[in-house]
Design a protein around this ligand. Structure first.
Ligand code: NI
Length: 262
């Protein structure tokens, strides 16, 4: 599978749980003709066999190379970005939760999920859109995770799939206006626009869609799925398009999957 086919498969899975993304994508295509995918983000736990270090070789097989790394202390995350020699290909942003920084109680819940992973399913890129590789947690377990880490709770019920796709736009305010005019809700944590031209990156995001799930104990609850992001990139001092990420902005973007959206 080449990178193009891979992203098509990831997109199909993503819009199944994030119908708003398909609608917004159509809006942009109608208004601007062509659209550019800026980056696609995946989330994982830093536990074998799911850690970033153990899974990133699948990206290298599509000719991606490691570009930069990022720390999110408050959210207890570590992330790496990957770039492709063909600059029309989206970047990949892959983050992992540093589970050892959570309470013992949360660590046990997460270990119980990860232990169920069938390692034979991690043979190719298909794993990145395989969804839940374990039984749903109980609702109580979900709430324990949610209290400590929204990221952990999200991953426990959504599994391995894109957390978001990102449209590269020429004006962040015009892009966000178009989204709002069409009645989609934006993540306003840290303001609608995160970042600045000085930081070479401005970003915004919708609030995640939601889906009704049945937890292991039979409890039915609506949970956030995924969101759509928008990025305006500026040229760096050497005249190249800035391909980095701004941690203070990404920190707020992560909150697009918060319950009830803040
Ligand atoms: Ni992003």
């Amino acid at each position: 599978m080449d990178a193009k086919q891979f992203f098509e498969k990831v997109w199909d899975d993503y819009i199944r749980v994030t119908p708003q993304a398909n609608k917004i994508n159509q809006l942009f295509k109608k208004k601007y003709g062509q659209v550019v995918n800026d980056h696609i983000a995946f989330r994982t736990f830093n536990l074998t066999p799911l850690s970033v270090g153990e899974l990133e070789h699948f990206f290298f097989e599509m000719d991606y190379r490691f570009d930069k790394e990022y720390q999110f202390e408050e959210k207890k995350l570590y992330a790496r970005s990957y770039v492709h020699p063909d600059e029309s290909m989206p970047m990949i942003f892959f983050s992992q939760l540093l589970t050892e920084q959570l309470s013992k109680k949360s660590q046990i819940i997460i270990s119980k999920l990860v232990e169920q992973i069938n390692k034979t399913k991690i043979q190719d890129l298909g794993f990145f859109y395989s969804g839940l590789g374990w039984e749903m947690p109980t609702y109580d377990e979900y709430l324990v995770l949610l209290k400590e880490s929204e990221y952990a709770a999200w991953l426990s019920v959504m599994g391995m799939r894109a957390n978001h796709f990102t449209l590269r736009v020429s004006s962040i305010t015009n892009a966000l206006d178009l989204v709002e005019e069409n009645n989609f809700l934006l993540n306003i944590s840290g303001g609608k626009v995160k970042g600045s031209p000085q930081l070479l990156l401005e970003q915004g995001a919708t609030l995640a869609d939601s889906v009704l799930v049945t937890f292991k104990d039979g409890t039915k609850q609506s949970v956030p799925t995924c969101y759509y992001e928008f990025a305006k990139r500026y040229l760096d001092p050497s005249g190249n398009l800035y391909r980095g990420f701004v941690t203070s902005s990404a920190d707020k973007i992560f909150e697009s999957t918060n319950q009830g959206g803040i």
